[in-house]
Design a protein around this ligand. Structure first.
Ligand code: FAD
Ligand code: NDP
Length: 655
């Protein structure tokens, strides 16, 4: 409340009261879900103790016969660029390197991926209902260069996968890729000025895998953010006698249909359980509801579900209004981002105009250029957090009201409402999910934040009641990308040893994040990674990748131009400390997540625990991000590049 002119305290406004009421509700709901076991409540499928679960991590899509018939990559082969990951990030790296004239030779690029083909996320995920959640015109990479018009505003996973193939074909990357190959470690050889990369190449069932040692002048990590499917350690889960699989490895043999055709006749007459209610569930559940005899959706925390507004692309509009000039895609990315960072100007055109653009409070996790650095005092931080909570109220209330307007049974509607600020989990969008709960065969099994208790041979148990199932689908998500404090080594699942054999992960654990612009670290020459910490972030992951990769390729190009040949490129410790300080100054912004319900954004609640010591606080602050939004981050990078000297980066010719 504020003081009125006569000196008496003014009554709190309706907004203040609403904020108080909501904060209390949010805190109570988060408290139900905070667990001491945090990240360890889950196990990675590929590391599970049980063979049944490990088998669920296998690649269902790889064409082993075709891949085995390819010319093998030779042990000891040497490349200029080894790109780890062949998703949209890896592909963008390859294309930008080729376009910059840095990779014209036959052995200049090798893309290595554990998957059986290009596409990353879109290779692995093929569940029914899958589509991109941000508009495909801003999300699909290289639309200008390929001249491709997406068929709808939000294209399906199958179209996104096909686009990865399109890119690979246009830039002739098929012979520059090693698939089914897990990178285990990479070690810098200071004498040879090369990276030695240890890779295990799978050859398919019953075939002996190959151990390869490859060499590369540069290693570029494009290993993604959500690649490692995990499942909760539910007692008895392994004993479930029906069919069971994870959504990241959909089993169409069980469900019928295929990634292009969600005619899931295998579900007819079956009792199907879907565990989880995250972004995957929101897309898959409506498809399952059409075919399953009974569908049980097991919920621990509901997702907020906004409207989707899917529609086909109008070719005329595409030509005249969307893809109508050079640079349109970057402009559209920026336009979308201005809404996500609460920076849209009065009267500007909202190009994307979808439900994302109605949530300026998403700036709570990606920053905004409209506000200064939050001073690290309890008062200033509280003020900042309150401002964002208030900004979020109209949106989160509208999303809850939407549940009531769609779901007919009031009890079910009440359970489907999300009680946390919109930024705590990935927002979701659907015009079908909530509607599915009006069907007589769809049952919401809400666990009131506790999660499924146990499993038996017959099904899942919640609050002492067994729900018998024939098929159990695990939509339980992925290892958080910020595992290991966001260390690029940990999130890639590899060991990285730089100069003098020093481990990148040790550096992160002991010292905290240390980078220039979130893309490279001292002691690790010629190693670059797609940005996650100490960088700008965007709701559209492709924007983050595009900006980061453009910057890295510029640095390499400039360095090579300086020395006239292959270079050794390394950020100085001073430059990375200066950048780390810039980031640390901004850490207060992210106090916005402190009231969040747990999820992968908060490392399943572990990020909400306050470090007890100064060193812990400093490390946490180092792991922050740029807080003035992606457009501002891009400007910082552009200014840096325009200055021209690669300030803070040491460049030497290869000996
Ligand atoms: P990825 O596509 O994840 O590719 C990384 C590749 O690296 C993987 O193929 C992986 O196998 C490989 N890899 C990793 N480690 C190793 C190793 N040690 N050895 C060998 N290979 C390795 N973002 C959005 O902005 N909009 C969306 O609509 C959207 N939808 C998504 C839907 C799903 C189901 C998921 C899981 C994520 C979604 N995302 C979305 C996030 C998405 O991951 C990114 O948008 C984007 O695809 C990331 O591209 P990437 O190339 O960086 O990583
Ligand atoms: P999430 O991590 O978002 O969801 C996992 C779900 O499993 C949560 O609802 C979680 O509940 C639930 N769960 C975990 N353990 C238990 C338990 N013991 N009992 C009951 N429920 C449990 O995974 P998703 O695959 O849905 O999504 C991951 C991310 O991938 C998204 O956030 C998004 O970034 C991306 N994605 C994007 C899509 C798009 O629209 N293009 C589609 C799919 C994914 P709780 O919330 O309580 O932890």
């Amino acid at each position: 409340s504020t003081d009125s002119s006569n000196g008496a305290a003014a009554a709190p406004s309706a907004e203040d009261l609403k904020l108080l009421e909501l904060s209390q509700k949010y805190a109570a709901e988060a408290a139900k879900r905070l667990r001491p076991d945090g990240l360890s409540q889950f196990v990675r499928l590929k590391e599970a103790g049980s063979e049944r679960f490990r088998a669920l991590a296998e690649d269902p899509w790889a064409d082993h016969a075709a891949l085995n018939a390819k010319e093998p990559v030779q042990d000891g082969a040497k490349y200029k660029f080894l790109i780890l990951g062949a998703g949209y990030g890896g592909l963008l790296f390859a294309v930008r390197l080729i376009e910059a004239g840095l990779a014209s030779g036959p052995n200049d690029i090798l893309l290595v991926d554990a998957a059986g083909g290009f596409g990353g996320t879109w290779w692995w995920n093929r569940y029914p209902g899958l589509h991109c959640d941000v508009e495909s015109y801003t999300y699909m990479p290289l639309l200008e260069e390929t001249g491709y018009m997406p068929e709808s505003k939000y294209v399906t996973g199958a179209v996104l996968l096909e686009h990865a193939e399109r890119i690979a074909t246009q830039w002739k990357l098929h012979d520059k890729a090693l698939f089914r190959a897990s990178v285990r470690a990479t070690r810098w050889d200071d004498a040879a000025q090369l990276w030695n990369v240890e890779v295990t190449e799978g050859r398919g069932p019953g075939e002996q895998s190959r151990e390869l040692k490859l060499q590369a002048r540069y290693v570029l990590l494009a290993s993604g953010i959500l690649t490692n499917p995990h499942i909760p350690k539910i007692p008895g889960l392994e004993s479930f006698a029906g069919s069971m699989f994870h959504t990241a490895r959909w089993d169409y043999k069980v469900t019928g249909g295929n990634p292009r055709d969600a005619t899931l006749t295998g579900l007819e007459g079956k009792r199907v359980g879907f565990l989880g209610t995250g972004a995957t569930a929101i897309q898959a559940v409506p498809r399952l509801a059409k075919y399953a005899k009974e569908l049980y959706v097991f919920q621990r925390t509901p997702s907020p579900v906004s409207w989707r507004g899917q529609r086909p692309t109008d070719p005329e509009e595409w030509k005249t209004k969307i893809a109508n000039k050079k640079g349109w895609q970057r402009e559209r990315m920026l336009n979308f981002d201005s809404y996500m960072t609460d920076a849209a100007q009065e009267g500007q055109e909202n190009m994307v105009a979808d439900a994302w653009t109605e949530m300026p409070a998403f700036s709570a996790v990606i920053g905004s250029p409209r506000y200064p650095i939050v001073e690290p005092t309890p008062e200033k931080i509280a003020e900042h957090v309150q401002r964002l909570y208030k900004l979020d109220i109209p949106h989160s209330e509208a999303v809850r009201a939407r549940v009531d307007s769609i779901v007919k049974d009031p009890e079910t509607a009440a359970k489907l409402k999300a009680w946390y600020p919109s930024w705590c989990k990935r927002p979701t969008f659907s015009d079908e999910y909530l509607q599915a709960f009006n069907l007589p065969n769809v049952h919401l099994v809400d666990t009131d934040g506790k999660g499924v208790e146990s499993a038996t041979a017959n099904g899942l148990v919640v609050a002492g009641k067994e729900y018998p199932l024939d098929i159990l689908i695990l939509g339980t998500g992925y290892v958080t990308p910020s595992v290991g404090g966001g260390s690029p080594a940990v999130r890639t699942g590899i060991e990285v040893y730089g100069r003098e054999g020093k481990s990148l992960d040790d550096k992160w654990q002991n010292h905290g994040a240390a980078t220039l612009h979130g893309v490279c670290s001292n002691g690790f020459p010629n190693l670059f990674f797609t940005p996650l910490t100490q960088s700008g972030q965007a709701a559209n992951n492709l924007f983050t990748l595009d900006v980061g990769i453009e910057h890295i390729v510029h640095i390499i190009a400039k360095a090579e131009a300086k020395v006239g040949a292959d270079a050794v490129v390394e950020v100085s410790s001073q430059a990375e400390e200066e950048w780390s300080l810039e980031i640390m100054k901004r850490a207060g912004w992210f106090a916005t997540v402190m009231g969040c319900t747990p999820g992968y954004i908060t490392s399943e609640g572990e990020a909400l625990r306050q470090p007890q010591d100064q060193v812990g606080m400093m490390k946490k602050a180092r792991g922050s991000n740029w807080t003035s939004g992606m457009a501002s981050f891009l400007k910082v990078l552009q200014d840096y590049r325009a200055e021209g000297s690669l300030s803070g980066i040491e460049v030497a010719p290869v000996k």
